[in-house]
Write a protein that binds this ligand. Structure first.
Ligand SMILES: Nc1ncnc2c1ncn2[C@@H]1O[C@H](COP(=O)(O)OP(=O)(O)OP(=O)(O)O)[C@@H](O)[C@H]1O
Length: 633
């Protein structure tokens, strides 16, 4: 019997992102309630247009209104042509008499054509500006959010959806808004014309429109409901696509023979999405058919009313032509209006993402009016600090109190998951504590301007970023404007880190682009990237340096060289640098000024190597395990 497929990445029990759960209520809302939500989306778009260019926005409004008015005028002028033509008397005379009215009609058509061109020109200039501006607002908001925001999966997904659908929806909404304005004005003109001819004609025309409108609104809500229902599966699909096709997973994918199971998983998700898609198409079609049938009945009633009015002599035949024209125009405009309203309604959900993304980003944005942190703090002090990652229950750090003085080399030691990396992020103000305080001298980082803190830190990450730029910029990107006429800082950074050997091996040395995305680009090995990351951290020459497992991927020779380099860097340069080292290789940190030992998020021991060995606690135990392994015991 074939084995049942094992779902690698489950799809059934996915928790809905919080923002999508909120929208559930919108998707379930009644038609009236939903239509009431429409103006807020229009306001967002109009505000954005106004912010982008008040002049062009105003101009777009004016040309639209003018163009609609000309249509209305043309329609009423047509009535005069019919009246002149259908009067009693010889045909040539009637034709001649109708000529002035006909000329007016032709004139309105010409004017309408000119105004349409003006509308297209103004919109052509305005729309790209608004779309660029919307994209810019999202990007700027995202760039400015605090680091911790990226730990929040809901926010990350909102950012993805807001950037992807929000900006596109704004562009679409602009088109619909333009259509809506022209159609509404034409509709108004046609209804007035029809109403003037006979008051009964206007309401029956509206009847047909309502049926159309109901169907379109229902389809919009079905679409949005479908979007919400499938958002979780689409997230999963993205993840599976990533692990199935990305290079990062390629090695293990093959080595673990996961290709086929992953493909199965991918198919399982896409097939379930496809079935939903087909179901949606069927349901939408049915709704549309019902709407069209009802609208057809409405139109038939309108023509019956017209026929009755003619039959009963309540309307002259001369006016019936204009009435029919007005009905036709009204019905066209109504269908455009309804389509535009419903498309706007549909887009309004996604515009809400855009808006929510801006609001959520602002909440997570930089501190306004924060005080400047000292550029070279004499001490960093933690008072009863606790930290819990967003969405987690258990704290990663608890009740940590400590002081680190300028120039100290402090090593953080502890088992996996004990909180070393997290502590490094709190000391450098990258994450705010959930409890307690972090001070740089007497400045509480909770009230400090983030940039002033981050400008004075350098972080050598365990998995350094592989910047797709030249090797030179990979080292200098942290302080591009640094004055280095003799290249002493550059040489110091690359020799202390061992990056000099990497650069030497590159085809065009430091000018080599380190990315396979470029034709002549080059990739590096894990250890080589790590050396570039260390060089970058040293070159930044910041007052506080955190090196998180900087040598995990380095060979023994390179590792010894890096630690010597880091010790040298901590006493050289502009001032004495505060260095915080996270490492599991305890032999490297024997000479650290102080060793802090963490266990399950608590600081349980601190002191020099000798003191901690003497104490005989966890550090002693960990050190002995490693030492025994080297002694071959
Ligand atoms: N991004 C995150 N989201 C949620 N929890 C996290 C995150 N990063 C770390 N944690 C949790 O916080 C705790 C501390 O993690 P941290 O990375 O600080 O440990 P560490 O001592 O540096 O571990 P290692 O030696 O493995 O690098 C762990 O329980 C970990 O599971």
């Amino acid at each position: 019997m074939p084995e049942a497929p094992v779902p690698l990445i489950g799809v059934e029990n996915l928790k809905m992102p919080e923002w999508a759960a909120v929208d559930e209520t919108v998707a379930e809302a009644g038609m009236v309630k939903a239509i009431r939500a429409l103006p807020s989306a229009i306001v967002i778009v109009l505000r954005l247009a106004w912010r982008t260019s008040p002049r062009l926005t105003l101009l777009a409004g004016v040309v639209h209104v003018l163009s609609g008015c000309v249509t209305a005028f043309g329609l009423l002028a047509t009535a005069n042509v019919f009246i002149a033509l259908l009067e009693s008397g010889p045909t040539p005379d009637r034709v001649l008499e109708s000529l002035p009215a006909l000329l007016i009609v032709v004139g309105t058509y010409a004017l309408r054509a000119l105004l349409d061109t003006a509308v297209a020109a103004v919109e052509g200039a305005l729309r790209p500006r608004i779309v660029t501006s919307a994209g810019d607002e999202v990007t700027a908001a995202m760039v400015r959010v605090r680091l911790l925001a990226f730990e929040d999966a809901d926010f990350r997904e909102l950012a993805r959806q807001g950037a992807r659908y929000g900006v596109r929806s704004i562009e679409m909404s602009l088109r619909w808004l333009a259509d809506l304005m022209s159609a509404l004005i034409s509709l108004l003109a046609a209804l007035v014309a029809a109403g003037l001819l006979n008051p009964w004609l206007a309401p029956v025309l509206l009847l047909a429109a309502l049926a159309d409108g109901w169907a379109a609104a229902k389809v919009a809500r079905l679409n949005y409901r479908h979007y919400l229902d499938t958002v979780g599966r689409n997230i999963r699909k993205g993840i599976v696509e990533e692990v199935t096709t990305w290079r990062t997973f390629a090695l293990e994918r093959h080595a673990l023979t996961l290709q086929e199971p992953l493909l199965q998983e991918y198919r399982r998700i896409t097939e379930s999405l496809m079935h939903e898609e087909v179901r949606l198409a069927h349901r939408s079609n049915l709704v549309r058919l019902t709407g069209r049938a009802a609208a057809g009945v409405g139109t038939a009633i309108a023509y019956l009313v017209l026929g009755f009015l003619l039959y009963s002599g309540q309307m002259e035949l001369a006016l019936a032509g204009t009435a029919a024209l007005a009905m036709r125009t009204a019905s066209n405009s109504l269908s455009i209006t309804m389509h535009a309203v419903n498309s706007l309604y549909e887009e309004s959900f996604y515009i809400a993402f855009f808006h929510r993304l801006l609001v959520e980003s602002a909440k997570r944005g930089p501190m306004e009016d924060g005080v400047a942190a000292p550029p070279d703090p004499a001490e960093i002090r933690l008072e009863n600090v606790g930290f819990t990652y967003p969405g987690q229950e258990a704290p990663a750090l608890r009740e940590v109190s400590l002081t680190i003085r300028r120039g100290e080399v402090v090593a953080l030691v502890g088992e996996n998951g004990s909180g070393k990396t997290t502590l490094g992020k709190l000391l450098t103000g990258l994450y705010p504590p959930s409890e307690g305080k972090v001070y740089w001298d007497d400045v509480d980082l909770a009230g400090a301007d983030h940039e002033s803190v981050h400008a004075n830190i350098a972080v050598i990450a365990q998995d350094p970023a592989e910047w797709p730029m030249t090797a030179e910029h990979n080292v200098t990107v942290g302080r591009l404007g640094r004055e280095d006429p003799e290249r002493a800082a550059w040489l110091d950074a690359i020799t202390s880190s061992g990056a000099d050997e990497v650069i030497e091996s590159l085809p065009v040395k430091e000018k080599t682009v380190l990315s396979k995305k470029f034709n002549d680009g080059q990739d590096l090995s894990g250890g080589q990237w790590q050396r570039m990351g260390i060089a970058r951290g040293i070159y930044r020459d910041a007052a506080v340096l955190v090196a998180d497992e900087p040598t995990a991927a380095l060979d023994a020779k390179a590792e010894a060289r890096v630690f010597a380099g880091l010790r040298h860097a901590s006493v050289s340069g502009a001032g004495r640098r505060t260095t915080i080292l996270v490492t599991h290789r305890l032999a490297n940190i024997r000479s650290a000024d102080r060793i802090l030992v963490l266990e399950k998020g608590r600081l349980i021991e601190q002191g020099t190597h000798a003191e901690l060995i003497e104490e005989g606690g966890l550090y002693h135990e960990l050190y002995e395990i490693q030492a025994r392994a080297y002694r071959g015991e």
